[in-house]
Design a protein around this ligand. Structure first.
Ligand code: ADP
Length: 234
């Protein structure tokens, strides 16, 4: 599903309005005419003050929020108009999303939580587990925890399990929401190295990094989403 050339993410004419159904269907326009292009191997940081629309844009690229108009083409698929099964396939093979919080499924061992994105792609179980274990080791999750469910892990441990899971498969496109938030210096360094490795293998990345040092190091450029808002467009 990946393209040989051309941008991996191509967004144009993007508009989004939230309708508040419980408040007299009030209309909240949050985006008008946004555009963004991200090439393979490039990392773009989204900036703009709180409420500017960074998370909304990420959720639209992932297909969680529907665009009112415009195009969001990810590896050749227009997410803004795709069928649910196309979105599911895109997420499985092409488009990874490291959110801020791990969604813990009870009783699943940590190593399987991390290996799952590879297992659903048909990667052999021993290969998938070996990849999961290598990431858990790099992210300093103690080996004695690998066979336990991450339900009871600390916030920082859960965040690192979530990152390991997000980097298990080599997605051609990656969305990263504050991947270094609340990590200690050692693990922050591991995550920045994982991002650099992903870029080196050609991943196109869009991220929100409040950590300015991290942003300066991994982002090739920044885009201020304030420029996507209706007021800026008017
Ligand atoms: P940022 O990530 O830059 O802080 P957000 O994307 O979270 O900004 O929010 C952009 C704007 O959209 C804000 O004004 C926010 O209140 C509004 N918004 C976000 N999600 C929703 C929603 N589900 N329903 C209504 N308004 C929303």
């Amino acid at each position: 599903m990946t393209q040989a050339s051309g941008p991996m993410i191509e967004i144009s004419g993007l508009s989004k309005t939230f309708t508040l159904h419980n408040q007299n269907a009030a209309q909240i326009p949050v985006m008008a005419g946004g555009s963004l292009s991200v090439a393979a191997g490039e990392c773009v940081g989204l900036i703009g003050q709180s409420g500017a629309g960074k998370s909304t844009l990420m959720r639209m690229i992932y297909g969680n929020y529907l665009a009112a108009s415009g195009q969001i083409v990810v590896a050749g698929v227009n997410v803004a108009q795709a069928e649910p099964r196309q979105i599911i396939r895109l997420r499985r093979e092409t488009l990874g999303y490291v959110s801020q919080f791990l969604r813990v499924v009870p009783r699943v061992p940590t190593v399987d939580v991390v290996a799952e994105p590879l297992l659903v792609l048909g990667v052999a179980a021993d290969v998938a587990r070996a990849r999961a274990e290598s990431l858990l080791a790099r992210l300093n999750i103690p080996q004695r925890l690998w066979s336990l469910s991450p339900t009871t892990f600390s916030g920082g441990e859960q965040q690192r399990v979530n990152i390991a899971r997000g980097f298990a498969h080599g997605y051609p496109v990656l969305l990263l929401d504050e991947p270094t938030a609340s990590l200690d210096a050692t693990n922050r360094e591991v995550v920045l190295t994982l991002i650099e490795e992903a870029k080196a293998r050609g991943a196109a990345i869009v991220g929100i990094f409040h950590d300015e040092g991290a942003r300066n190091r991994v982002c090739d450029r920044v885009v201020d989403v304030t420029g996507f808002t209706p007021k800026a467009a008017a």
